[in-house]
Design a protein around this ligand. Structure first.
Ligand SMILES: *Cc1c(COP(=O)(O)O)cnc(C)c1O
Length: 463
C-alpha cells in the first residue's frame, strides 16, 4: 500500500516511509491510496485470535518490501504480548450495552494498542535502515506514559518526554518516571505544558539540530496509530455478533483528536459490520457540533473530568474532512487555511460527510458523566472511567436503532481517574499495577523551562 497526503504535495510513499514521516512533509496527513474491501474475509477473520486478526488487517496496509509477513507477525505478537488479558480486548456485556475494554495494555489506556505497535515498527525500520531516532515530546501528563511504554528498551531509539513539574497527577508522573530503561529520559520542566510545547517546537524548528540529532515525534497523526486501531473495530463487532446474533453493531467512541473514531470510520468503509459510529465528546464539543451542523468552529478548551478529550482542534479530523469534501486536496487546503485564519469553516449540509448517515453524535457534560458512572455502577456493578462514560452516555442517547446492539469503547481503566470515579461512586477503583507504582524507584531531570536547558540536556545525554 502507498500513502499520499491530504494536501496533495507529497509524492506517494510506502508504509515504512509513511511511519517515519508521521505528519506529511506538506503539513497534511497521510492516507492510503485505496481503502481495502474485506467483506469476503469476514467469516474467516471472525475465527481469529486478536494478534492473528491484527496481522491480517495490518498486512493490507504494509509493503512486504519493508516488512515481510513473518516479520510483521513477530512485531504484532510482540506488541500485544505486553497486554495483561488473554483476549487483549475483551468485550463484556454491561447492562444493555457491550463494553470493549481497551485498557489491558501496559499503561491501562487504549493508546497502548497503537503505541506498542509503533515502537516495534520504529525499531524494525530503523534497524533495517541503519538509522537512529531520538523522540522528543511534551505531555500534559496523559499521553507521555503510553509513548514511553511503546519505546522503552528498544534499539536505536531514545525518548525525551517533558512534563510540567508538579503539575501532573502523582500517578501520571510515576507512570512515566518509574520507567528506568537507559533509553528513556523524563524531564520535569519548571513551567507549564505550554512551555513544554513551545520548547519542543523551537527544537524541531532548528532544522540543523533536528537533523544532527535525528529528532522525531510520536504524534497522534502517525498513520500506523490509525492502522493499529482499525483492528479492534472488527474484533469488537465480531464478539457482539457472536453474543447477540445481530447482523451488525453500532459503536460509540469517546473522542478527542478524532484518531480512534477515524479508525472506526475506515473499518466501516472496509466492510466491518458496523451500521454507524457515535462521535462522543465532552464539553469540548467542536466535533459533535460539526457532525450536528456542518460547522467546524474553534472555541476555548475547558477542563473536564475526561482530560484526554479536552481538545479543540482535533489533529486527525483533516483525514475525515478530506473524504467529506470528495477527496479534493485543493478544496481541503482552502478549508484548512480558512480555519487557521478565521477559526471556523462551514460545509454545506448537502455535502457528503456533513450529516453523514454513518456518524451520530452528541456531547456529555460533567454532571452527566458522573451520573453515568454512578448509574452503571449501581445497576450493573461495573465502573466506567470518565472518558468511557462520555461514550456510554452519548451512545445510549444517540444510538440509531434500538435493535442494533451498542458497543462502547472503554478507553481507560477507571483506576487511572480516581478523583472522578470517587466523586461519582464514593470510592476509587483500584488496579494492582498502579498501586505498585508508589514503591518503585523513579528517575527524572528537573530543568528550567528554557529551550537552552532542554537542548543542553539532550546533547549531553546523547553524547
Ligand atoms: C486519547 C484518549 C481519548 C481520545 O482519543 P482520540 O483518538 O484522541 O479521539 C479518549 N480516552 C482516553 C482515555 C484517551 O487517552
Amino acid at each position: 500500500m502507498n500513502y499520499f497526503s491530504t494536501r496533495g504535495q507529497v509524492e506517494p510513499v510506502g508504509f515504512a516511509d509513511a511511519v517515519m514521516m508521521g505528519l506529511g512533509n506538506d503539513g497534511g496527513l497521510l492516507l492510503p491510496v485505496s481503502i481495502p474491501a474485506v467483506t469476503d474475509r469476514l467469516e474467516a477473520w471472525r475465527q481469529l485470535d486478536y494478534p492473528s486478526l491484527a496481522f491480517e488487517v495490518l498486512r493490507l496496509f504494509v509493503n512486504t518490501e519493508d516488512i515481510s509477513d513473518e516479520e510483521l507477525q513477530t512485531l504484532v505478537t510482540r506488541s500485544y504480548a505486553t497486554f495483561d488479558h488473554p483476549e487483549i480486548a475483551p468485550v463484556v456485556p454491561v447492562g444493555d450495552i457491550y463494553v470493549m475494554e481497551l485498557f489491558h495494555g501496559p499503561t491501562l489506556a487504549f493508546k497502548d494498542f497503537a503505541l506498542q505497535l509503533l515502537g516495534n515498527l520504529f525499531e524494525h525500520i530503523l534497524a533495517r535502515r541503519g538509522q537512529r531516532l531520538n523522540i522528543v515530546g511534551a505531555t500534559s501528563g496523559d499521553t507521555g506514559s503510553a509513548a514511553i511504554a511503546g519505546v522503552r528498551g528498544k534499539g536505536n531509539i531514545s525518548i525525551f518526554v517533558m512534563h510540567p513539574h508538579n503539575r501532573v497527577s502523582p500517578l501520571q508522573e510515576r507512570q512515566m518516571t518509574t520507567v528506568l530503561d537507559d533509553n528513556v529520559h523524563n524531564i520535569a520542566i519548571e513551567g507549564t505544558f505550554d512551555d513544554g510545547q513551545r520548547i519542543m517546537k523551537a527544537l524541531f524548528n532548528d532544522l540543523g539540530f533536528k537533523q544532527d540529532y535525528s529528532l522525531g515525534a510520536v504524534n497522534s497523526v502517525n498513520w500506523a496509530r490509525v492502522a493499529a486501531q482499525i483492528v479492534y473495530y472488527f474484533w469488537g463487532a465480531f464478539r457482539v455478533q457472536e453474543a447477540t446474533g445481530a447482523a451488525a453493531v453500532q459503536c460509540s467512541v469517546p473522542t478527542g483528536n478524532f484518531g480512534d473514531v477515524f479508525a472506526g470510520y475506515l473499518a466501516r468503509r472496509m466492510g466491518a459490520p458496523i451500521t454507524n459510529l457515535v462521535v462522543a465528546t465532552n464539553e469540548n464539543d467542536i466535533l459533535s457540533r460539526f457532525f450536528a451542523t456542518g460547522v467546524y468552529s474553534r472555541s476555548t478548551v475547558v477542563p473536564t473530568l475526561s482530560p484526554s478529550m479536552d481538545i479543540q482542534i482535533a489533529s486527525n479530523f483533516e483525514r475525515y474532512l478530506y473524504y467529506a469534501v470528495g477527496e479534493d486536496s485543493k478544496r481541503l487546503c482552502g478549508l484548512m487555511a480558512a480555519f487557521a485564519e478565521a477559526g471556523e469553516i462551514a460545509l454545506s449540509p448537502a455535502a457528503p460527510g456533513c450529516m453523514d448517515p454513518g456518524m451520530r453524535t452528541g456531547s456529555c457534560d460533567t454532571a452527566a458523566t458522573l451520573s453515568t458512572i454512578c448509574g452503571y455502577h449501581e445497576a450493573a456493578g461495573y465502573i466506567l472511567d470518565p472518558h468511557t462514560a462520555v461514550g456510554v452516555e452519548v451512545g445510549a442517547r444517540a444510538r440509531k436503532e434500538e435493535e442494533v446492539p451498542l458497543l462502547c469503547l472503554a478507553t481507560a481503566h477507571p483506576a487511572k481517574f480516581a478523583a472522578a470515579v470517587t466523586e461519582a461512586i464514593g470510592e476509587a477503583a483500584r488496579h494492582p499495577a498502579l498501586d505498585a507504582l508508589t514503591t518503585l524507584e523513579t528517575r527524572c531531570a528537573v530543568l528550567p523551562a528554557t529551550e537552552a536547558a532542554v537542548r543542553e540536556h539532550i546533547t549531553s545525554t546523547l553524547a
